[in-house]
Design a binder for this molecule. Structure first.
Ligand code: 5GP
Length: 193
């Protein structure tokens, strides 16, 4: 057998650090349609403001917005808690604030994944004081161990176990965001903590 060419080795889908597929494109699409339908029902006659938490939630926000049959508005906030590693630094930092005034708005905070809940707690505190009419959270993923009720998460795409995942917006060191599905990240060489 011939060795794969360097060009083929550079393909994202051939990356050796991408492990088991956790959620396929189809599973993601189907669940997001359901969430969109639910939000359409629950926000009828309102004009929700979707707050996308950059960068991880960009893909989910786009597809979720397409699945909502209401005139939504979209704004972006960026926080950083992980840097480029797969471990939390324990510190959440606001990197980019919203442009839109939240006063009286029906806000849906759109997250990629709720892990420890640290990021979400920080974001909630930061948004609640701005006087929105309502504030709900919609996350694509949540760890099985996450206290979703305590964190006030209303909409959850999927609950997943503890594996570190990549794809569909989620990265490691800015890589893998444009993978169309969600996979477990399984690095060849495991760096020591
Ligand atoms: P938390 O503050 O809830 O512990 O972590 C939330 C943030 O950590 C997410 O928004 C995401 O950026 C990052 N994160 C947590 N788990 C994963 C994971 O499995 N994969 C990736 N790529 N990021 C994760």
């Amino acid at each position: 057998m011939n060795e794969p060419s360097p060009a083929a080795q550079h393909r994202l889908t051939e990356d050796p650090n991408i492990g088991r597929v956790l959620l396929t494109e189809q599973q993601l699409a189907e669940r997001i349609q359901e969430l969109g339908a639910q939000i359409t029902e629950e926000y009828q006659d309102r004009r929700p403001l979707m707050v996308c938490v950059l960068r991880g939630a960009y893909a989910f926000t786009t597809d979720l917005a397409f699945a909502i049959d209401l005139p939504v508005e979209i704004d972006f906030i960026a926080v950083s808690s992980y840097g480029s590693s797969t471990r939390t630094s324990g510190v959440v930092r606001l990197v980019k604030d919203l442009d839109v005034d939240l006063t009286g708005r029906d806000v849906i905070l759109v997250e990629d994944i709720v892990d420890t809940g640290l990021t979400l707690r920080y974001l909630r505190r930061s948004l609640e004081v701005r006087g929105p009419a309502s504030l709900e959270v919609c996350t694509l993923l949540a760890r099985e161990a996450a206290d979703l009720e305590g964190l006030g998460v209303k909409y959850v795409g999927f609950t997943i176990p503890g594996d570190f995942v990549v794809g569909y917006g989620l990265d490691v060191g800015e890589k893998y965001r444009n993978l169309r599905y969600l996979a477990v990240y399984e690095p060849d060489e495991v760096s020591t903590p």
